[in-house]
Design a protein around this ligand. Structure first.
Ligand code: ZN
Length: 371
C-alpha cells in the first residue's frame, strides 16, 4: 500500500494511505452535519465541526491502537512487523509472515478486538466522569465508546481474514492439526459473511438507502477479495514450505548469445524448440532474457540484421533468484511482475530456470499427493 509516513511508534512505521483522507473527511462531515446536530440541536456550526473533526481523529487513533495491539503481540511472538497503514476501511498491520502456530495466530488476532473493547470501556468511563461538566466532551467520549465497541465486535465476526476469522482458524488449526483445512473453513465462513454484506448492501440500495448500501457492498466486496487472496497465500505457502529454488529449477535449459540475429532466434530456437523465452548469456554469464513478445515488436524484414542484445530485457531489469531462495520468494517474483520465468543465478552464472508452468505443475502434484 502506498501513502505517506506519519511517524514511528515502538519501532513500527505508521502510514496513511491516500484513501484514508476520503474516509476522514467523510466521517468528519457526517458527524458535523448529521450526527451531532441531530442529537444536540442547540450546538453551533463551529462546535459541530470541531467535535466532528476531533471525533474522527480520535477514531483513527483508536484504529491505530487496535492495530498496534496486534503488532506488539506479534513482536512479542518474535514476528517482524513492518508497518501499520490506515486506509479507507480502517487499519492494517503488515506482519512479515503468517503466524507459525495456532497459539501465535490466536493471541495476535484476539489482541486487536481486546484493545478496542478496552478503549470502549475507557471512553465509557471518561464519559461517566465528564458528563456533569461538559456536554460536548461527554458527547465525544460517548461516541468514541460506542464506535470502539462496534469496531471490536465487527472485527470479531468469524470470517477469515478478519480477526474473528483468524481466531476461528487458530482454534480449528489446533483441533484438526491441519493449517490448510482450518484456513479453508475460516475462509468459507469469511466468504459467506462477505456475501451477506454484499446482498444486504444491495437490499439497502433497493430500499432507497443507496449511500449506506453502496458502502456496505464495498465492505463486502473488499472482504471477499481479501479472503480469497489470503487463502491462496496460505495454501501456497503451506505447499511450498521448506522448498528451495534449487528444488524447483530446471537445469536443462537452452541459452543464446547476445549477437544471435533475430532471424536465427525465431527459426532455430523459438519455432524449433517450441519455447517462448531464452536466457541470453555471454561466456556463461547472464546478460538478459529474450522472449517472443520482444521479437514480435520488431518488423520481420529487420530480423536478419538485429541482434538479440538490442531488444532483450537486460540483466539489470530482470527478476532473478538464488538457488537457496525459498520457493515463496520465487512465487512472489513470478507473480508481482507477471513474468513467465525466473533464472536461478549463482555467481553471475545461470544454474537453472524456473518457469511459471514448472511451479504450477509442481504445486498441482503436491496438492494431489496430500489430498
Ligand atoms: Zn484487527
Amino acid at each position: 500500500m502506498t501513502g505517506i509516513k506519519i511517524g514511528r511508534i515502538f519501532g513500527i512505521e505508521v502510514r496513511l494511505d491516500f484513501s484514508w483522507f476520503i474516509i476522514f473527511v467523510f466521517f468528519s462531515w457526517t458527524l458535523a452535519v448529521y450526527y451531532f446536530p441531530r442529537h444536540y440541536p442547540h450546538w453551533s456550526v463551529q462546535l459541530n465541526w470541531a467535535m466532528g473533526i476531533l471525533a474522527s481523529l480520535l477514531l483513527f487513533v483508536s484504529v491505530i491502537l487496535h492495530e498496534l495491539s496486534h503488532s506488539l503481540v506479534a513482536k512479542k511472538q518474535g514476528e517482524e512487523v513492518r508497518s501499520i497503514t490506515l486506509f479507507i476501511l480502517g487499519g492494517v498491520a503488515q506482519i512479515a509472515r503468517e503466524p507459525p502456530t495456532p497459539h501465535a495466530e490466536f493471541t495476535i488476532a484476539i489482541a486487536g478486538p481486546l484493545a478496542s473493547f478496552f478503549l470502549g470501556l475507557l471512553f465509557l468511563g471518561l464519559w461517566w466522569l465528564i458528563r456533569p461538566f461538559s456536554e460536548p466532551l461527554a458527547a465525544l467520549t460517548k461516541y468514541l465508546a460506542v464506535i470502539n465497541f462496534i469496531l471490536g465486535g465487527f472485527n470479531l465476526l468469524p470470517g477469515y481474514p478478519m480477526d474473528g476469522g483468524r481466531v476461528l482458524k487458530a482454534i480449528l488449526w489446533k483441533v484438526t492439526g491441519s493449517l490448510r483445512r482450518a484456513t479453508h473453513i475460516a475462509t468459507k465462513v469469511g466468504q459467506f459473511i462477505a456475501s451477506f454484506f454484499i446482498f444486504f448492501g444491495l437490499f439497502q440500495i433497493l430500499a432507497g438507502l443507496w449511500l449506506n448500501g453502496l458502502w456496505i457492498m464495498f465492505i463486502g466486496w473488499f472482504l471477499y477479495q481479501a479472503s480469497l487472496k489470503s487463502y491462496q497465500q496460505v495454501l501456497f505457502k503451506d505447499l511450498l514450505q521448506g522448498i528451495k529454488a534449487r528444488d524447483l529449477m530446471t537445469r536443462d535449459f537452452i541459452t543464446v548469445t547476445p549477437d544471435t540475429r533475430l532471424k536465427i532466434l525465431v527459426e532455430d530456437y523459438i519455432l524449433k524448440k517450441g519455447q517462448r523465452a531464452f536466457i541470453v548469456t555471454d561466456n556463461r554469464e547472464i546478460v538478459g532474457i529474450i522472449c517472443l513478445e520482444d521479437v514480435k515488436k520488431v518488423s520481420p524484414e529487420n530480423w536478419a540484421d538485429i541482434p538479440v542484445s538490442n531488444i532483450m530485457t537486460p540483466k539489470a531489469r530482470l527478476e532473478m533468484v538464488l538457488p537457496e531462495d525459498d520457493a515463496a520468494i520465487v512465487l512472489q517474483r513470478l507473480t508481482t511482475r507477471d513474468i513467465h520465468q525466473v533464472p536461478v543465478v549463482e555467481d553471475n552464472q545461470v544454474v537453472g530456470v524456473i518457469t511459471r508452468n514448472d511451479l504450477l505443475r509442481w504445486m498441482q502434484v503436491r496438492m494431489e499427493w496430500e489430498k
